[in-house]
Write a protein that binds this ligand. Structure first.
Ligand code: ATP
Ligand code: MG
Ligand code: MG
Ligand code: MG
Length: 481
């Protein structure tokens, strides 16, 4: 079943259950302080917080999401992309657990010819919050999941809140067991790629008080109970298409194949370090993921830059290009990879094809600029690495800073290339120099009347690789690369 068919079935099912179909919002987050839309519920936050009244009581959507937090997982786990689509159903003071749980089960397990996804019920496991007897009973008695396949988890795993006083509540997740070939037995608690998390159901029912992390008191019930759920379309696609991972699904795989073709490498589909072809397989999966994310980001109005969203996009494009280089491709590769991604996505998102002239112009210019940067920086870095090796030392912070400042050679590239040559980099000293430069720039800015350090907040977070505050725990996953 193609991804497009999955999303159609999803929307049809929930529309049939009285939900209003709401189109995806932009990848650019509507939430102040947050860069990207990282979950299906983001566009509905004002309703969940009671700031606005929802124009419907039930809604369903397929939301485009970007999660930069997952970047290091990409290509290595079977299930993480930086761009993915979250299918969701939402209730604003309407139905609660007693409907949300049976509906989820019905949609997943109903036969294909009845509009469901036809998953084998015996392979599904669920987790519930240990204090949420209601959900436990609904799964066990109403739905009929055997007790052995229901796991109770603590607040860290199965509790949702906003990171501050406001709505909170337990959640319940549905996992699919891919079988013994993929890892140890023992259910989702084992936490590997054998049990794939496909759907998270959040039950907003309590008012939380002050406190940090998961350490807070529950003050009482919310006046209205809400439902927020999210299922990863690509994860369901990988199960229904009988492929091994996210990157082999119909909307992603064509780019992976092009990366293999361009580099002359064979894709082995290996999953563990040490297996034949693993390093190149990871690279091809990274390329497939990052090219698609870049396509979707540019389509939504992001351009490469040194700040905020543009910086994330720049990093995604450069990581893809770098991965291709590590497979021996030194010529521009986006003119081959980007059209492949466009063709894989245009069925669901026709605008990526309609707007491709503009999108590709931005992407190709970034690649050309990056290849120039690499060219001029590489010889200088090679000298620094050779010098450091002779003296049995790390590449100095000053050297790394000069590469960054004069050649525009990104620090991550310096780190990666030095590591490949077996030489360390004095990153602490580099960060110190960056900080110094920033302080000087701020002083200069302050000296100029009316100048504000408004963007410097983002800039600092970007440079430090820290996380961007979003005000939400589940949403607060947004980190810079
Ligand atoms: P995981 O534990 O696998 O990282 P999660 O608990 O972080 O997932 P949720 O925040 O609960 O994910 O998001 C709801 C659903 O969205 C998940 O159950 C999953 O199907 C999907 N999803 C989340 N992150 C990703 C991702 N990076 N790539 C693809 N799908 C994702
Ligand atoms: Mg996650
Ligand atoms: Mg999870
Ligand atoms: Mg989850």
């Amino acid at each position: 079943m193609l991804s497009q068919e999955i999303t159609k079935r999803w929307l049809d099912y929930f529309e049939g259950q009285g939900h209003t179909v709401v189109p995806s919002a932009s990848l650019i987050s509507s939430q102040p302080g947050a860069m990207f839309t990282i979950a299906g519920m983001v566009p509905f936050i004002p309703y969940f917080l009671g700031q606005e009244t929802a124009p419907y009581r039930r809604a369903t959507s397929i939301q485009k999401c970007i999660r930069t937090l997952d970047i290091d997982e990409v290509g290595k786990t079977a299930r993480h992309g930086t761009f993915f689509q979250m299918a969701g159903n939402f209730s604003f003071g309407d139905y609660f657990k007693e409907r949300a749980i049976p509906m989820a089960w019905e949609l997943l397990t109903s036969p294909l010819e009845k509009g469901g996804f036809g998953l084998d019920p015996e392979r599904l496991w669920v987790t519930v919050y240990e204090g949420d007897e209601e959900s436990y009973t609904l799964w066990k008695d109403t739905v009929g999941v055997p007790a052995e396949r229901i796991q109770r988890m603590g607040r860290d795993e199965n509790y949702w809140d906003t990171g501050q006083p406001g709505p909170a509540g337990p959640d319940s997740e549905i996992f699919y067991d891919r079988g013994p070939r993929y890892g140890r037995e023992g259910g989702p608690a084992v936490d590997d790629d054998r049990y794939i998390e496909i759907w998270n159901l959040v039950f907003m029912q309590y008012q939380r008080g002050e406190g940090s992390g998961k350490d807070y008191e529950i003050l009482g019930d919310l006046p209205e109970q809400n439902i927020d759920t999210g299922l990863g379309v690509e994860r369901l696609a990988m199960l229904l298409q009988g492929v091994e991972n996210f990157y082999e699904t119909d909307q992603v795989r064509p780019v992976l194949d092009k990366a293999a073709e361009l580099s002359g490498k064979r894709y082995h589909g290996s999953e563990k370090p040490g297996e034949e072809g693993y390093d190149d397989d990871v690279r091809m999966r990274v390329v497939a993921d990052h090219v698609r994310s870049s396509l979707m980001l540019i389509a939504d109005g992001v351009s490469p830059s040194n700040e905020g969203r543009g910086y994330i996009l720049r990093r995604l494009l450069r990581r893809a290009i770098r991965a291709m280089r590590l497979m021996g491709v030194t010529e521009p590769c986006l003119p081959v990879l980007l059209p492949a991604s466009r063709d894989a996505m245009r069925g669901v998102y026709p605008y990526v094809a309609e707007d491709f002239e503009r999108i590709s112009r931005i992407a190709y210019a970034e690649e050309r600029a990056f290849l120039k940067t690499i060219e001029s920086g590489t010889s200088r870095l090679n000298e620094a690495v050779a010098g450091a090796r002779r003296q049995g030392q790390a590449v100095s912070g000053a050297e790394a800073f000069a590469l960054h400042d004069t050649y525009g050679f990104p620090i991550d590239l310096t780190l990666e290339m030095a590591a490949e040559a077996g030489v360390a980099v004095d990153e602490t000293a580099f960060r110190g120099l960056m900080e110094e430069q920033r302080r000087r720039a701020q002083q200069d800015a302050r000296a100029k009347k009316g100048a504000h350090a408004d963007l410097s907040v983002f800039r600092r977070l970007v440079d430090e690789g820290g996380s961007v505050f979003t005000g939400y725990t589940r949403l607060g996953q947004e980190t810079v690369l």
